[in-house]
Design a protein around this ligand. Structure first.
Ligand code: HEC
Length: 136
């Protein structure tokens, strides 16, 4: 398991606070259509080659939608997949896209996991992301 190094989590007060949230207190995720549209452009350039044009048909990456994605993140806050994206993706340039770009791609991923856009943006802040429920 390289996904959540315990040492890193213990050192991150915001993450620990987010993990302390129970699933029951998390809100449904929100994002705007503009965020998802920007995220799709970034996804097509940076992620599709491994994760596939449909997000679950990639030759070199795991599915980012559907039952596998839901099974990985069910019951967790959105800070969890965000952390993986920010710290590990794309593998040749982890963190290299900048926080706002990762938030936009996460909005696009949400849109492909049957979450509808609204006027409330997906926040670009790990603590706030931890208060939103991952899909699944
Ligand atoms: C070179 C291929 C490659 C590229 C490009 C890539 N990924 Fe990945 N991604 C992977 C692999 C392989 C894994 C599984 C890693 C593991 O489980 O340790 C993964 C895992 C993930 C996960 C965790 C999924 C889960 O349920 O465990 C997310 C989220 C993710 N990638 C998002 C992205 C995003 C967003 C981009 C573009 C910015 C991207 N990836 C680009 C190969 C890639």
């Amino acid at each position: 398991m390289t996904r959540l190094p315990l040492v890193a989590l213990a050192a991150c007060g915001l993450c620990v606070g987010a993990l302390a949230q129970t699933a029951a207190t998390r809100s449904p995720p929100t994002f705007t259509a503009e965020q998802a549209a920007r995220g799709e452009t970034i996804y097509r350039e940076q992620c599709e080659g491994c994760h596939g044009d449909k997000l679950d048909n990639g030759e070199f990456g795991v599915p980012l939608r559907g039952p596998v994605f839901a099974a990985h993140w069910h019951g967790k806050g959105l800070d969890a997949p965000f952390q993986v994206m920010f710290e590990q993706m794309p593998p040749t340039n982890p963190g290299g896209l900048g926080v706002d770009a990762y938030v936009d791609v996460l909005a696009f991923i949400l849109s492909r996991n049957d979450v509808a856009p609204s006027s409330t943006p997906l926040p670009a802040d790990p603590a706030a992301l931890g208060k939103l429920a991952a899909p699944g």
